[in-house]
Design a protein around this ligand. Structure first.
Ligand code: PGD
Length: 765
């Protein structure tokens, strides 16, 4: 037995070191992390869980009948193959599709978080490979920020202008007097930062700000979306109605003469148009506090009080990512900017508007001063793309036109779906519909380390290593620690690195030399490290050779002084440093967006009643609002079989929280297995009664592995608790076409039927 001490490593939820005894590992958080994530507890199970994929597999129906649309995807058996056979099949199919249909028939959008690590990042690897193989249809934007990424450049500048170098944690601690946290700043979300994090600082900063006297106001249906130590005033708003509340606040400011007219004149465009709407001159309906109260479920005098409290003080408006992951998700982000503009605070330290501060662990930290190791992905031979969350529409409606950000585009006819490092049967909405979509292509190829539902819907399944089985460099733009990610254990079964899998395919396609550039994985790490080392040396600071970095296990990178970015520069001198918007100012109303003529995203922030939310006719049958948010016990669907995730389950099912009043009305007790349902499907979950929710709201996190009772049902029942059987597969609007998975309407009942066992973690053999 060997015992290795403290191998440095990293994950999206924190840096750590690993102690190894054969395949048993112990994970020790990084000593400088003040608030390590409990998600580290999921890692030990990943090394040799039965859900790992041990060898390459092909779906029986695909092997027997050859490529083609097939309704058995997701319900078929698998046959083990050797690596040689599996790679031969995959390469032959790639060759066939490229020859017969060209790159427009290959979808390589392959969205997903995969794992931390700069070189083995699955998205970089697949895109580099497919670019060299002939090109592919890509996806744009993310499930995290689909609406914000598109609306913000029209209104104030790129997302980074108000999400990154804008208002820092340090400024919040020292300057902010009032924080209006729309959607909260949940610590569970701060646990995670794409690419890793060495220091979880949100809790300490919230506490320090509070200690100095900063007042937090949590606007959201879930009380625990800010920690108790922030001592926030809780406004349990109806989900999806923040825009109405923001309008009520803005109306109060204007009608009481508390808005900053000078700021609006000098720094903004389009206020007059918006004001006509706000005051009801353009549509006959003033958006006053009483009007807002009726929609959002708060009291009118609370709204007036909140507006008065913000005026004239250093007020920061934050909007969580969750807010825009819903129907008309562009509106709360745009209206958040407008409310901050009406308060005249944008561009001031600790004031104005911050997007996603508190939504991931690396927003609000100073930017790095040196470049990070980055795999070059090359260039794509075609320009075709879809907004990422339109995957099922694309597969189901080839050739059909759709709108996106002022463009009229057409869905390609996809014959080959290639996925590495993502789990669409976790992340997408209306999984019954997604299954139909996945039945359409000729072939689906998936790399994953475990038998996720996506792997089960593939034709060729190629087993990938986990990061603990390979060497990599952990680093991300928002964190100063670069980590030497040492290999801790040998690969499970026959699993291979994504890089090696693509190298095997590249050899068969005759592009190996270009793909590998003659380097082994270790040589790539050394090569990619070099630009960072040179930049450090140029600045005259510690710049160890790769071998030294590898031995040290980590390297602290320099950060830039926080300067508030383009928004602060604009505030200092709007004429010399205009914003990158059409007017060069903050666009309260946008002539460009108005010109698109989208009824679901007009030319200024607007309250648009949802078709699947408060006030919609659907509520008559499905009266509860489901919040399908990010889980507290795992990252998305990753390592759902890990100890931390399993410990939260109720009799093996995902916990669903509901208010005691709603439970009592339905005869549901704490610990009961319940059935959540609507017209799209149903899922079982374990009831947890809680007063931390607004009555009428039910909360079921995403990420329980999809486990359909009947995999071929169009309205499936997931016996494990995946909320995406219930969510609606529709874009935020014709502007951004973002993911709307956060909210939907449901009913819930005690489940008295025969209890299906959970098979999500059993290999489908
Ligand atoms: P993950 O579970 O992180 O979910 O969706 P995403 O697809 O990113 O999936 C990553 C997959 O990659 C896992 O299956 C993991 O095993 C695999 N993997 C990890 N490392 C590697 C590797 O090195 N190689 C390979 N080949 N595979 C690897 C997340 C998405 O879900 C996101 S970002 C958001 S914000 C959305 N949120 C919501 C929501 O709020 N509400 C709903 N209803 N739905 C959502 N879906 C979205």
């Amino acid at each position: 037995m060997t015992r290795v001490h403290g191998l440095s490593h990293s994950s999206h939820w924190g840096a750590f070191s690993v102690l190894v005894r054969d395949r048993d590992i112990e994970v020790v958080p990084h000593p400088r992390d003040p608030d390590p994530s409990r998600l580290l507890g999921n890692l030990p199970a990943s090394v040799s869980h039965k859900a790992r994929i041990a060898q390459p597999m092909a779906r029986r129906g695909w092997l027997e009948n050859g490529p083609g649309p097939d309704a058995r995807r997701g319900a078929d058996k698998f046959v083990a193959l050797s690596w040689r056979e599996a790679l031969d099949h995959a390469a032959a199919e790639l060759r066939r599709i490229y020859a017969m249909h060209g790159p427009r028939a290959v979808f390589g959008g392959s969205y997903g978080w995969a794992s931390a690590g700069r070189f083995h990042d699955a998205q970089h690897q697949i895109h580099r490979f497919l670019n060299l193989a002939g090109g592919y249809v890509r996806s744009v934007n993310s499930y995290s920020s689909g609406a914000a990424a598109v609306i913000l450049p029209h209104v104030i500048g790129p997302q980074a202008a108000v999400a990154g170098n804008n208002v820092s944690w340090a400024e919040l601690v020292s300057e902010s007097a009032v924080v209006l946290a729309f959607g909260g700043m949940a610590l569970k979300n701060n646990d995670v930062g794409g690419g890793g994090t060495s220091q979880h600082i949100a809790r300490a900063n919230l506490e320090a700000a509070r200690k100095r006297g900063c007042e937090f106001h949590l606007i959201g249906p879930l009380r625990d979306d800010l920690p108790a130590s922030a001592e926030a005033v809780w406004y349990p708003i109806r989900p999806g109605t923040d825009v109405a509340l923001m309008l009520g606040l803005a109306h109060t400011l204007v009608s009481q003469g508390l808005h900053d007219g000078a700021f609006l004149d000098r720094f903004c465009a389009g206020w007059t148009i918006f004001e006509a709407y706000l005051l009801g001159r353009s549509d006959g309906q003033p958006k006053d506090a009483a009007w807002a109260a009726d929609i959002c479920g708060l009291a009118a005098d609370e709204i007036v009080g909140l507006a008065r409290l913000c005026a004239g003080r250093r007020t920061l408006i934050t909007c969580s990512q969750s807010l825009q992951r819903a129907e008309h998700g562009e509106q709360p982000i745009w209206m958040g900017v407008v409310l901050a503009a009406a308060l005249g605070q944008i561009g001031l330290k600790g004031g104005g508007f911050a997007y996603a501060l508190g939504s991931t662990s690396n927003t609000g930290k100073p930017p790095l001063a040196v470049p990070l190791p980055t795999v070059p992905t090359g260039s794509n031979s075609i320009a075709d793309f879809i907004p990422v969350a339109r995957i099922a529409d694309m597969l189901l409606h080839p050739g059909e036109e759709f709108d996106y950000d002022g463009q009229r585009l057409r869905y390609p006819d996809i014959k080959l779906l290639y996925w590495a490092g993502g789990n669409p049967f976790h992340h997408h909405q209306d999984l019954g519909r997604l299954r139909l979509a996945f039945c359409r292509p000729d072939t689906v190829i998936v790399h994953d380390s475990a038998w996720t539902a996506t792997a089960r819907h593939a034709d060729i399944v190629l087993p990938a290593t986990i990061t603990l089985e390979r060497e990599d460099i952990g680093a991300t733009a928002g964190d100063p620690l670069m980590v030497a990610m040492h290999r801790a254990v040998t690969p499970y079964g026959e699993a291979r690195d994504d890089y090696d899998i693509f190298t095997g395919l590249a050899e068969r396609l005759g592009i190996a030399e270009d793909f590998t550039e003659g380097r082994s994985a270790r040589q790539w790490l050394e090569h990619l490290y070099e630009p960072t080392r040179c930049a450090l040396a140029e600045r005259g600071i510690n710049a160890p050779e790769f071998a030294q970095f590898w031995e040290d296990g980590e390297l602290t990178l320099p950060t830039q002084a926080w300067d508030g970015g383009i928004v602060r520069e604009f505030r200092r001198n709007p004429e010399a440093a205009p914003l990158p918007t059409p007017s060069g100012r903050i666009e309260i109303a946008s002539t460009k967006i108005a010109g698109f003529g989208y009824a679901d995203c007009p030319g200024h922030p607007t309250w648009l009643a949802p078709t699947d939310g408060v006030g919609s006719p659907v509520m008559e049958r499905f009266p509860l609002q489901l919040v399908a948010n990010q889980p507290a016990t795992r990252l998305h669907s990753q390592l759902d079989f890990g100890a931390c995730s399993l410990a939260s389950k109720v009799k093996g099912r995902e916990p669903v929280r509901l208010h005691p009043h709603d439970a009592a009305a339905r005869g549901i007790r704490d610990g009961d297995i319940v059935r959540l349902y609507n017209d799209r499907g149903a899922c079982l979950a374990g009831a947890v009664l809680s007063e931390a929710l607004r009555p009428g709201v039910v909360q079921l996190a995403t990420g329980a592995w999809y486990d359909p009772a009947d995999p071929t049902a169009n309205q499936p029942t997931c016996v494990h608790g995946n909320p995406n059987v219930l969510t609606r597969d529709a874009g935020t609007s014709r502007l951004a076409q973002g993911c709307t998975g956060q909210l939907t309407l449901i009913e819930i009942e005690r489940f008295n039927g025969p209890m299906a066992s959970i098979a999500a973690f059993d290999p489908p053999l």
